[in-house]
Every structure is written in C-alpha cells, then in structure tokens.
Ligand binder design. Structure first.
Ligand code: FDA
Length: 403
C-alpha cells in the first residue's frame, strides 16, 4: 500500500532538514528521504568540523545569482539571528571567528543533532538510505518510487539535493535532472569556492612556494586592468603545488570567468615601487633583505628569481623602471588560471535551477504547482563564511512555511 504524505522532502542536508522540521511543526505530514548512509555529511565536515553555521552580517549582497534580488525575500524572513535563536534554544556553544562567521565551540555534530531534534518535534518520517528512482505527477500531487520498492504519494515535493560538489560524500545531479524533467531552465552549474590551477610550465617557478601563506587583496581582472565583476576580497592566500588556494582564492573563484586573469596585490598596505624609489637614499639594505621585511622570505626570494633580479643588489644602484616593474609584480600580480580543482574540492556549486522559475516567497515552481526547490540546488551561491548555510536555512524555512 502506498504511503500518503502532505510533503516529501528529497535530500536530508541542511536545507532539507530545516524545511521538513518547519513544515512538520505546522502539522504537515512530512517524509524526508536521503540516499546517503550517513546523515548530513556536508554539515559534519564543514568549518573544519565545527560548522560555520551562519554569518551574522549575511545579506543579499553576499550572494551570487543571475537574479541578485531573488534571495532577498527568504533571507529577510529567516535571518542569522533567527538561526542563532535556535542554536541558543538547543544550548549549543558558539563563537565568532572572523568577519561575522559563527562556529560551534565543540562540533558540527551538534547542529546535525539540533536539526534531527527539530524534525522529531515536527513528527517527520524518515527514509534513509533511500534513493528516489522516479518522480511523477499524479493528479494534483506526486508519486515517488524509491529503490527499496516503496511508493510514496505526496501533495508536494521539495527537492533539496544540493549541488555537485564533493561527489564522494553523496552529491548528485538529481535536482537538475528533476528540473529538466519538468521543463525548468537551469543556469549552468560550475564549481565555486574552489582552488584555482595554472598551466604546469607557467606555474613551475612558483612550485617551491607551496605552503607560503599571506594576506592579500584579490580581484577578478582583465588584461586592460579592469575588475569586470567588481568583486574584491582581502583574505589569506595559500600557494599550493598546482596553483593558488586559501580563502582569498576560494572567494574570487566564484566570480572568476574561465579564460580571464585574476589580479592579486601581495602587499596591500604598501605601494612597493614608490617606497623603493623614494627610499633609494635611506633604505640601505640589499633588495632581498628589504623585501623579506614585508613579505614571507620564501616569497620574496621566489619573486626576485622570477623577475631575474639579484637579491644582493642595492636599490640605490637600481633603475627606477626596474623597481616599478617589481612593484607591479607585487602590487598588481596578474595571472590567468587554466581551471580549478573542480567539484572534487569545490565547497559549493554555482548555478542551478534558474530563479526565474520559482516564486521567491515560497521557492515553489511558478509553472509546476506543488514542486519546490531549495538550498544549493537553486542558482543562489553564497560567499565563503557561513553564507551558504544561511541560504540553506532561509530557503528551507521559506518552503516549509509555504507548503
Ligand atoms: P546538502 O549538500 O547539504 O544536502 C543534499 C542532500 O541530498 C545530501 O544529504 C545528499 O546525500 C542528498 N542527495 C543528493 N542526491 C540525492 C538523491 N538522488 N536521492 C536522495 N538524496 C540525495 N557552508 C557554510 O555556510 N559554512 C561552512 O562552514 C561550510 N563548509 C563547507 C565545507 C565543505 C568541505 C563543503 C563541501 C561545503 C561547505 N559549505 C559550507 C557549503 C554547505 O555545506 C552547502 O552549501 C550546504 O550544505 C547546502 O545545503 P543543501 O541542503 O542545499 O545541500
């Protein structure tokens, strides 16, 4: 006998659990399905195991989407303070780390347990592990078939299956396939918040710098020196064997367009060329020692080597033009990635179900009544720093209240 529910939520991640709990507590009969063996693995590994569960400053400006206004409604109706109230109600200790990012004091497991408890309060039924093999419209509702051979009837369906990042812990293209099945437009998915890679030959001189880390300014660039996306971040950069990583690069990777350069200011507090030219009479040290005062010494050595400059040279003996060229290499390092580390390493997927297909108050499809998309499956992508979970909670609540 088929089981009847008001709503079936597919995907028991951040958005799915929040939605199921919200709808359940309103008295809806909810079933939550997930194909993974282990619950909410992305929450578990997030924030280095401590889950950066929101950002106290989160607002629509911290998200990328083809329609930047779409997220406003859900974000304003369930704010970081609302999530924090839930965290406090469950007596989970937390702290602010950096730029409004809130983390658990102890473990991300506490957030998973909190969401499970909220689902219990809403009498949510679980099917896990259970994969949805097929979804069909059935009059005004839907029929789901699971790989366990169960048939579930539901008046509404919420697709909360996330994006493509980290396939080894269960990411699938299920959400996009369902969107296509119902004729919805997709914004092309791409890895985001991801390390960037460079051509092996071009990168060879920087390989010895692997492990060097420093605070930089980074922006998307163009060869004409413009910043086409307008995005700019001051964060830490990390040199790796294959390219660049660290928060600065993860942030800019979401804005980066393949084939275009990025521009990095390795010494954002100083105009290097001006300092060196003006200091010719007073800065007595050798060039290598001088640069090492301001930059990590391995980086200073590497940069001089790439520029073909002698670290023992005295700046008083150097041409202004040479110092200007060195200044540009430090303050305006423009370099073109050949790609990224891809979904294997990306924290999120940008793109997804086109927001023009959805009502912003409810996340319901405009042309497919009773079908909802929430969380990362939708074309709303947050910056690094707790914003993506805030979108998962807010969009989950929006659908959970509307169903
Ligand atoms: P999510 O991916 O959480 O859940 C989708 C669920 O659907 C999964 O449980 C999956 O098993 C299930 N599913 C998929 N296909 C299915 C199918 N066919 N049938 C049934 N179930 C299916 N964000 C942030 O704000 N702060 C942070 O600290 C971090 N840290 C972080 C670290 C790492 C390593 C990663 C990879 C990501 C982050 N993020 C983050 C991003 C954050 O984890 C992400 O944006 C949210 O988990 C998205 O929530 P969703 O519920 O939309 O998808």
């Amino acid at each position: 006998m088929a089981k009847e529910f008001d709503v079936a939520v597919i995907g028991a991640g951040a958005a799915g659990m929040m939605c199921a709990a919200t709808a359940g507590k309103r008295g809806k009969r909810v079933v939550l399905l997930d194909h993974a063996d282990k619950l909410a693995e992305k929450i578990r590994i997030s924030g280095g195991g401590r889950c950066n569960f929101t950002n106290i400053n989160a607002g629509p400006a911290n998200f990328l989407s083809e329609n930047p206004h779409f997220a406003k409604s859900a974000l304003s109706r369930f704010t970081p303070h609302d999530f924090l109230a839930m965290v406090k109600k469950h007596r989970i200790g937390f702290h602010e780390k950096h730029k409004g990012q809130l983390f658990c004091d102890d473990s991300a497991e506490q957030i998973i347990q909190m969401l499970k408890d909220e689902c219990s309060d809403g009498n949510v039924h679980w099917r896990m592990p259970a994969k949805v093999d097929a979804l069909q419209q059935n009059g005004a509702g839907y029929i789901l078939q699971t790989d366990e051979g169960e048939e579930i009837h539901a008046a509404s369906i919420v697709v909360a299956t996330g994006g493509l990042s980290i396939p080894k812990i269960g990411a699938t293209d299920f959400g996009y396939r369902i969107a296509k099945q119902f004729g919805l437009e997709l914004v092309e998915p791409r890895p985001a918040l991801v390390p960037l890679t460079f051509d092996t030959e071009e990168w060879a001189p920087f390989v010895p710098l692997s492990g060097v880390s420093l605070e930089v300014d980074v922006e998307t660039g163009s060869l004409k020196g413009r910043n086409p996306s307008g995005a700019r971040f001051r964060e830490d950069l990390l040199f790796t064997h294959r390219g660049l990583s660290g928060p600065a690069i993860l942030q800019i990777s979401s804005f980066w367009q393949p084939g275009t350069p990025i521009t990095i200011n390795l010494l954002p507090e100083m105009d290097l060329a001006q300092t060196l030219i003006e200091g010719k009479g007073t800065l007595k040290k050798q060039l290598g020692n001088l640069l090492s005062q301001w930059l990590p010494s391995r980086l200073a050595e590497g940069l001089l080597q790439v520029q073909g400059l002698d670290p023992e040279a005295r700046i008083a003996d150097m041409k202004d033009d040479t110092l200007r060229k060195l200044g540009r290499a430090v303050n305006q390092w423009t370099i073109t990635p050949n790609g990224s580390e891809g979904y294997r390493k990306a924290e999120v997927t940008r793109g997804g179900v086109d927001t023009r297909e959805l009502f912003q108050q409810s996340m319901e499809c405009k042309n497919v009544p009773g079908l909802y998309f929430i969380g990362e499956a939708v074309d709303v992508t947050g910056w690094l720093g707790g914003y993506n979970f805030q979108w998962a909670w807010a969009s989950g609540v929006a659908a959970g209240l509307a169903i």
